[in-house]
Design a binder for this molecule. Structure first.
Ligand code: PLP
Length: 366
């Protein structure tokens, strides 16, 4: 059986180090707002190159907190518009609508599933305040054109970096490209905790201070509350585990890259559309290896018969979800085609060469 993602095996790679940290943190008697979080934040800041890193409870909160802080700082107001790819995971949308901002959907580029910068300018109105880029499946979504567009219209760029920790654009890491970025350390992400966890990185010091306060009941001084905040803190145990795993993220991502390269060069089936390898290999960390095919159900069933698990990221786009009834009548043909055709193949740092070969020959024999 080739699992889609073997989390047990992934974490057992670092068993000794993680167990030692878990025990140490347990015995310390200090579980929130302590040194483990501080250490991890410092290391994440150094790793990404971003001057500020704030540990929070999960990836959705990371994104919610960014917008909430812009609202508190008066840099955005209710009803302002945020341009967002229509084919993202629903969390990107929830972060916008939860703050009473208005998502404006943009169709992606069918070649790389990321925002198509050529389609953005037509969506900009006087109310547009930000573009949310999603580095979908682990691939950097960035260009000089995008930077210039944001500058011209005075827009913030928020990165949904839940899937792409470690990816680079011209030597700059994801999370240090835009004004602010949200990270998820959900167990299945490339850097996964042992439960929910997330972080924000941002360039502006005042924004960082505001996010930190809002994530802590709106307080940056004990029992003094500046904002109507949330409780969204990263805890010491998760931070300790993440700090161990952060040391290995580049090596882990490199193993994913090797698998992706093999899939792209060795899968040969006319019914399957493969993703493109980016010109700069570092632009992709292959959180997911996503193929497209018109007979998805059939391919998934046949792979499963051979003991190979696959998943779909994602079967229903946000604008077609019941949660967003008032957007259900919108039509985004590229997005809908993607959601109808995608299948994610197993890819992870603990897959063996033989397992990769097995997936390849299974697909080639269909
Ligand atoms: C996982 C994910 C999130 C949300 O992260 P959580 O930690 O699960 O809250 C947001 N956006 C994208 C693109 C994701 O993949």
């Amino acid at each position: 059986m080739i699992k889609f993602l073997d989390l047990q095996k992934i974490n057992l790679q670092y068993q000794e180090e993680i167990e030692a940290k878990l025990l140490e943190t347990f015995r310390s008697g200090w579980y929130l707002l302590g040194n483990e979080v501080k250490n991890f934040e410092n290391h994440l800041s150094k790793y990404t190159g971003s001057p500020n890193a704030i540990g929070v409870a999960n990836g959705l909160d990371a994104l919610r907190l960014i917008f909430k802080s812009y609202l508190e700082l008066g840099q955005m107001k209710f009803g302002d518009e945020v341009i967002v790819p229509a084919n993202t995971y629903i969390a990107s949308l929830l972060a916008i609508t939860d703050n009473r901002l208005k998502p404006v959907f943009a169709e992606p580029d069918i070649e790389n599933y990321n925002l198509d910068v050529k389609k953005i300018e037509a969506l900009i109105t006087p109310k547009t305040k930000a573009i949310m880029v999603v580095h979908l499946y682990g691939q950097i979504c960035w260009s000089e054109e995008l930077e210039a567009l944001a500058k011209k219209h005075d827009l913030k760029i928020i990165e949904d970096n839940a899937q792409a920790i470690g990816a680079e654009w011209n030597g700059t890491k994801s999370g240090n490209l835009g004004d602010a970025a949200g990270f998820s350390f959900y167990p299945g992400k490339n850097l996964g905790a042992l439960g929910d966890a997330g972080a924000v990185t941002c360039k502006d010091e005042l924004l960082a201070k505001t996010i930190r306060a809002i994530a802590n009941y709106g307080s940056d001084e004990k029992y003094v509350n500046k904002y109507q905040g949330l409780n969204s803190r990263l805890d010491e145990i998760q931070a300790a585990v993440l700090d161990v795993k952060l040391k290995y993220i580049d090596a882990d991502n490199e193993k994913r890259r090797k698998i992706a390269e093999r899939y792209v060069s060795e899968i040969n089936n006319s019914k399957i559309t493969l993703p493109h390898l980016p010109t700069d290999p570092k632009a992709h960390v292959w959180h997911l290896f996503v193929i497209r095919t018109e007979n998805r159900k059939d391919i998934q069933d046949k792979l499963l018969e051979k003991g190979i698990q696959t998943l779909i990221h994602y079967p229903i786009p946000p604008h077609k979800q019941k949660a967003y009834k008032y957007y259900n009548n919108l039509s985004f043909p590229i997005t809908e085609k993607i959601h109808d055709e995608v299948v994610s193949l197993p890819v992870s740092p603990v897959m063996s060469e033989d397992e990769v070969s097995e997936v390849i020959s299974a697909l080639n024999s269909l």
